[in-house]
Design a protein. Structure first.
Length: 90
């Protein structure tokens, strides 16, 4: 497992697009890896914890940074979501 968090810059993407891309970024990471996600979408502080709850990843909360950044920990047994919709279980 990495000692430093993996930084993913989601930029100004809307949360649906952001979560679709995030799912792809998390797939190759080892369970327990901490990720810092930069997300400017104002819905991110609501949507990201809900998505983590749905998928089993651990939401760690806001991270002190220059841009809005949120932490999460990759789950060993993450539940998949529908390929076209990050909000629907697969």
């Amino acid at each position: 497992m990495r000692a430093d968090p993996v930084l993913i810059d989601g930029g100004h993407k809307a949360c649906v697009r952001l979560l679709l891309e995030l799912r792809g970024h998390l797939a190759p990471l080892e369970p327990g890896t901490v990720v810092h996600l930069v997300a400017h979408d104002p819905a991110a502080p609501i949507d990201l914890p809900a998505w983590c709850h749905l998928t089993g990843h651990e939401y760690l909360g806001p991270v002190a940074a220059d841009a809005p950044t949120y932490g999460l920990r990759v789950a060993a047994d993450a539940r998949p979501t529908d390929p076209a919709s990050p909000w629907r279980p697969h």
